[in-house]
Design a protein around this ligand. Structure first.
Ligand code: PNS
Length: 158
């Protein structure tokens, strides 16, 4: 049984994330989307429960995707759950510079490898932070987040 974990803040989940989850689900028996604490991001638009619920909703048609949360070291979760690999999307060299030390640290700590999927070109510029800023000032994020996420963002930002 191969198990992948896709960790992240997902505040909120975007179509770029969803594309990575979907592609990972074709390569692994089980994919766990893990809403994980990032010490650099103190507050969020959505609570962890809300983020998980949105991810559940937008991945409900993919049988081998499940959703969980974790507030400790990522490698403690991957070791405890016999995770085969961490899977993340890579949009640009900025992501590469951010991700490389984490991937190397996680491998040093536990031996787990991180596999990167190149982001679909449609979503190369999409990030949760940018979408929150656009939505906050009334910009249209349709097509960049699933409709349920767009509705939830509008409700929060009203
Ligand atoms: O979506 P993000 O915020 O860029 O995801 C970063 C995240 C949550 C994957 C990273 O901060 C993380 O793995 N946090 C868990 C704590 C941990 O293990 N830190 C050491 C990483 S080497």
């Amino acid at each position: 049984m191969t198990i992948a974990v896709c960790p992240g803040s997902f505040d909120p989940v975007t179509n770029g994330h969803l594309d990575v989850f979907t592609r990972a689900a074709r390569q692994f028996d089980r994919v766990i989307v893990l809403v994980t604490g990032n010490p650099a991001k103190k507050t969020g638009l959505f609570t962890v429960e809300e983020r998980m619920e949105l991810i559940r909703e937008v991945t409900s048609d993919i049988a081998n995707i499940e959703v969980d949360h974790w507030s400790g070291l990522l490698v403690d979760y991957t070791t405890a759950h016999q995770v085969s690999a961490i899977v993340k999307g890579l949009r640009s060299s900025l992501d590469y510079d951010y991700e490389l030390p984490m991937a190397q640290m996680n491998r040093r700590l536990s031996g787990v490898d991180t596999l990167f999927l190149m982001t679909d070109e449609k979503f190369g510029y999409v990030s949760s932070s940018l979408l929150k800023e656009v939505a906050k000032y009334g910009g249209d994020v349709a097509g960049l987040v699933p409709p349920a996420v767009k509705a939830a963002m509008e409700a929060k930002l009203q």
